[in-house]
Design a protein around this ligand. Sequence first.
Ligand code: ASP
Length: 299
Amino acid sequence: MSYSLMIHGGAGAIRAPERYAPCLRRIIETGAGLLAGGASALDAVTRCVALLEDDPLFNAGCGAVLNADGEACCDASVMDGRTLAAGAVAGVKGVRNPVRLARLVMETTPHVFMIGAGAERLGRAHGLAFEPDSYFATPERCEQLARARARRDMTLDHASPTDGKLGTVGAVARDACGHLAAATSTGGLVNQMSGRVGDSPVIGAGVFADNESCAISCTGVGEQFLRTCLARTAAFYVESQRMTAQQAAAAAINYLTRKVQGSGGLIIVDREGRWGAAHSTPGLLMASAEDGDIHVGGA
Ligand code: ASP
């Protein structure tokens, strides 16, 4: 049986996509190598999202945008399509790889969703890497926050052409055994209220995986994805309406725009290993791999 893997680096007005291509290629190749070597979909999506979190180009981990208090507060989630096991964290600070903390919630606690200091303590207890404030509050992120404050605005990382950078990250995969997994990670919206949580760590909104249907990771204005339960809605299209991954991606974005004039995108790998992507924004940064066949670029 073959494998399929997709990663995304956010939806929006993509300026200079060639700037992101080398990083996306390196990460999709790493993930594809893992899956070709027999790794699980869960390990592949965790690794790909952790690598995206380590790249300051993206709004997750080290590149997380700053909230209204000037802090990088991260949200992340992971889901295993074999069992519907899931783990998520919200509002965590200083954690180098929030997706690894989400995985710890899934694998070492009886819980699905943990927030703030308690989640951070779990990470420290398991030896996860933590970083100082200076790792996240880069001069570029501080300038971006100052611009948003001056406009009295709260935006997607990639909403403003002057801000240029792209957003939230995610990965979806089907491994050689036919198992599915998904993961999503974000710093949220630029200048968001302290304490605000978007869709990215919410199972069924910003992430979902079920071996009976598909694996999904979303990016966009979180409130709109929360209100439409968008990831679960897309899975419903695959499961109950027998749509392919691409048909379901398009139908989900159609629902998002029709119901709440939503702005964003999503990636899907279905149980047959077919992939799909759709967005209501001008672009979506993504890369895919199917049995060594690598594609990098915008959808
Ligand atoms: N979905 C994220 C949030 O609302 C933002 C993004 O996708 O860029 O927190």
